[in-house]
Design a protein around this ligand. Structure first.
Ligand SMILES: [Zn+2]
Length: 112
């Protein structure tokens, strides 16, 4: 997804996509990868006909996207203190969020 596609999403879908983007790069759980070649870039989401779809940016691979719980909870998980590696993930989360905002534009409501 590029910036202009992202900007067209609803508030909820923006939040959802942002959490997905961070999940895919945080390294805490295995990211969703290409079914043709796991060395391809981690899967991205496209928004088509009102639905998210998983898509490889290196080849034609695409897959139906069944919403995993993490897309709703990654922010909350990161803010909790019950993870022995939480310091590492908190730093990484912050970096990824900055990277995301730079790429897709900041959202004042989200940053409050
Ligand atoms: Zn691929």
């Amino acid at each position: 997804m590029n910036k202009s596609e992202y900007q067209k999403l609803s508030q909820n879908d923006k939040r959802y996509y942002r959490n997905f983007y961070i999940y895919q790069r945080l390294g805490r759980m295995h990211p969703l990868t290409c079914g043709n070649d796991s060395n391809h870039e981690v899967l991205d989401l496209e928004f088509e006909n009102g639905e998210f779809k998983l898509k490889c940016i290196d080849c034609e691979y695409s897959q139906e996207f069944v919403a995993p719980f993490f897309c709703f909870t990654i922010k909350e998980q990161n803010e909790s203190n019950n993870d022995m590696f939480s310091v590492i993930y908190k730093e990484r989360y912050k970096t990824l969020l900055e990277e995301f905002n730079k790429k897709f534009g900041t959202d004042n409501e989200e940053n409050s």
